[in-house]
Design a protein around this ligand. Structure first.
Ligand SMILES: [Zn+2]
Length: 311
């Protein structure tokens, strides 16, 4: 006892206060058939629920959150997904790129590339970048300065999305967003590394685009298939998992067409629950991967179990 007192005496206060408010590197890896799937976190933003889902009454918000032990504002994860098919390395969405740092809400976001490196990959290795939709938190990471952040990648998004946000007269009049959006795509277009797609089609073997318009006009989900398993990358179809699984009809002013977004959300949740597909969501609590269940007339979310992939 005397030894302990001498070593850890009154001068020892190493654990007096939390010093660094960080987590382990934000990547989560799992095997999926022959593919490796890595969720990459870009940041966490604590949005007040009423701002994201004003269609929910304060009573419903309070009751739903407290049923799962959550308090408002709930931290919304910002996730991207890296798929290694064995022959192609595909990144779905690119995070904020730190370009929303002016907003105190988004301060500290933009960690996707650091987490990509922590997961053992370099930006130069990415073969393909797929964009679910032209939202600043999904395309912000496309560039570093005015250079391509993924210099060897082909960038793909739906033609409907490009037409809505980059090519239309209406988009050109949008003084705030248009330069931001177009500048991010431009380095890829100039380098001949941009391709749009205008139908549900295979982009590389095992990954296909699936149009799910509503949140934005050309919002796209990506369906990944390997060895009989299916994973649907939902993009922004579910913004707040804590609320919208129990009531998928809750819409958001962040949805360009709330009715269409709700219809697509219900369609995808039904599909995933019915076929026991894996699901990955851009704003579901990190890693944002899991299953959807339907019981007693209600959906629920079953997050993936933490694991270390086996050889
Ligand atoms: Zn988003």
């Amino acid at each position: 006892m005397a030894f302990v007192a001498a070593t850890f005496g009154p001068t020892s206060a190493h654990a007096a206060a939390p010093l660094v408010k960080t987590q382990a590197p934000g990547f989560y890896r799992m095997m999926f058939g022959d593919f490796e799937v890595t969720a990459l976190n870009d940041g966490v933003v604590a949005y007040p629920t009423a701002q994201v889902l004003p269609s929910a009454t304060p009573e419903v918000i309070q009751a739903t959150l407290s049923a799962t032990g959550l308090k408002d504002p709930v931290g919304m994860s910002y996730n991207a997904f890296l798929i290694n098919t064995g022959s192609k390395l595909v990144l779905i969405d690119t995070g904020t790129g730190g370009k929303l740092d002016d907003s105190p809400l988004f301060h500290g976001a933009g960690r996707l590339v650091a987490n990509l490196r922590a997961a053992g990959y370099q930006p130069e290795q990415i073969d393909e970048v797929y964009i679910t939709h032209v939202g600043p938190d999904h395309i912000g990471g496309l560039t570093l300065g005015n250079q391509r952040a993924f210099p060897n990648a082909v960038l793909r998004t739906s033609k409907a999305e490009m037409d809505a946000y980059l090519n239309s007269d209406k988009a050109r009049e949008d003084k705030f967003w248009h330069p931001f959006r177009s500048n991010l795509f431009e380095p890829y277009i100039v380098a001949g590394r941009f391709r749009s797609f205008d139908q549900d089609m295979a982009l590389v073997p095992g990954i296909r685009a699936l149009a799910t318009p509503g949140h934005t006009p050309g919002h796209t989900s990506f369906v990944i298939e390997s060895k009989g398993q299916t994973l649907i990358v939902l993009g922004d179809l579910v913004l707040m998992g804590a609320m919208q699984f129990s009531d998928p009809t809750l819409s958001s002013p962040f949805d360009a067409d709330p009715n269409a977004a709700t219809a697509q959300r219900k369609r995808m949740l039904h599909l995933a629950a019915d076929h026991d597909h894996w699901v990955a969501g851009a704003h579901l609590s990190f890693p944002g991967i899991g299953h959807v269940r339907f019981k007693h007339g209600q959906y629920s979310w079953k997050p993936v179990n933490y694991t270390i992939p086996q050889q």
